[in-house]
Design a protein around this ligand. Structure first.
Ligand code: NAI
Length: 337
């Protein structure tokens, strides 16, 4: 199938091209995001392959359907950036990679927790400058602390297991509890009931209308003062302005983000020679107890291999059977527990 691959970084091209030797699709790579300005590049292609910050709204999908588009192949698990209902309405199928390496994201989540707690990012710089003072580097034992995992699907389940390995008491919230975690002693609660008891809250639910700004001002007010908040799911699950207020008051003790609600204009690019014109994001970076990574939790060798394989297999399925294995269906958003 002829596939226009957008937001194609050198590493995407490498892993997709390697995997494609077994599939034989005709892949054309575009470094740019897919947008109204760039969609003409995909004219005549039956499929586009897109990533998390390519925004496919109804208008764009209709225009592209008119150019011959039949399939949107997401090389990601989250699909909040595609108007799936609008795609269906104009006869364009949408498929995704539901799980590639949940371990990659889970392990990065732990990297954020451990770094924020023991401040190894600050220690690294201090030691290199000959500063061996320990002031400001005080952490806490994870053993015995209570960690709340919101969303215990593929990633959250592994995060919960790893945290149990550190000796944390894990409580969770998910409209579809994991029987495996329940068997390991994890107790499920509503998000509201979970928050007051947690020393650490880690978010692993999808972004849906029900989870947009799930962590807002009132939610932060329910949390233990000084809580560590970690978000590796989708940026808009957290109300960034509210969390900044929480950091300023001390209600939030530390914040680890791999995602940011306005990341589309920022992440995945080298912007080091420019200034950041997003004042909310710039404010976040002023806090010593905030650690931001640029949506890299998925970024392991194993994950990129699996993403490439599953994406291309989805496209082959669609080409052969008119339906991809991992097609995204239009379902009502899960209720907020
Ligand atoms: P998954 O679909 O396996 O699990 C999501 C879980 O969240 C499900 O069990 C679901 O029932 C639960 N959920 C839905 N609504 C909820 C709510 N209101 N409250 C609590 N739980 C709720 O998804 P997976 O693979 O575990 O990924 C989780 C999220 O992580 C993805 O949706 C994606 O947004 C994000 N992600 C981030 C990556 C990164 O590089 N930072 C990479 C991959 C995924």
């Amino acid at each position: 199938m002829r596939v226009a691959v957008f937001s194609a970084r050198p590493y995407d091209q490498r892993f997709l091209s390697e995997a494609n030797t077994a599939f034989g699709h005709e892949l054309t790579y575009f470094d740019v995001h897919l947008s109204r300005e760039t969609c003409r590049l995909a004219a005549g292609f039956e499929a586009v392959c897109v990533f998390v910050n390519d925004e496919l709204d109804a208008e764009l999908l209709q225009e592209m359907q008119g150019q011959g588009l039949r399939l949107v192949a997401l090389r990601a698990s989250g699909f909040n950036n595609v108007d799936v209902a609008a795609a269906k309405a104009c006869g364009v199928a949408v498929c995704r990679v539901p799980a590639y390496s949940p371990h990659a994201v889970a392990e990065h989540t732990l990297a954020l927790i451990l770094t924020l707690n023991r401040k190894t990012h600050r220690a690294y710089n201090r030691v290199r400058e000959g500063n061996f003072a320990l002031d400001g580097l005080l952490g806490f034992d994870l053993k015995g602390k209570t960690a709340g995992v919101v969303g215990t699907g593929a990633i959250g389940e592994i995060v919960a297991e790893i945290l149990q390995g550190f000796g944390c008491k894990v409580i969770a919230s998910d409209p579809n509890p994991s029987a495996a975690l329940q068997a390991r002693g994890v107790v499920y609660r509503s998000v509201e009931d979970l928050l007051p008891d947690c020393d650490i809250v880690s978010l692993h639910c999808p972004l849906t209308p029900a989870t947009r700004h799930l962590i807002d001002g009132p939610a932060i007010a329910r949390m233990k003062p000084g809580v560590m908040l970690i978000n590796t799911s989708r940026g808009a699950v957290v109300d960034t302005v509210a969390v900044i207020a929480g950091l300023k008051s001390g209600a939030v003790g530390s914040l680890g983000l791999d995602v940011y609600e306005e990341e589309a204009g920022l992440f995945f690019e080298d912007r080091s020679a420019r200034f950041i014109d997003d004042d909310v994001f710039a404010r976040l970076l002023t806090f010593p107890n905030v650690l931001v990574t640029g949506h890299q939790a998925f970024f392991t060798h194993e994950a990129l291999s699996a993403i490439a394989q599953i994406t291309l297999a989805n496209i082959t399925d669609f080409e052969r059977h008119g339906r991809a294995t991992h097609e995204v269906s239009v379902e009502p958003a899960p209720a907020r527990p």
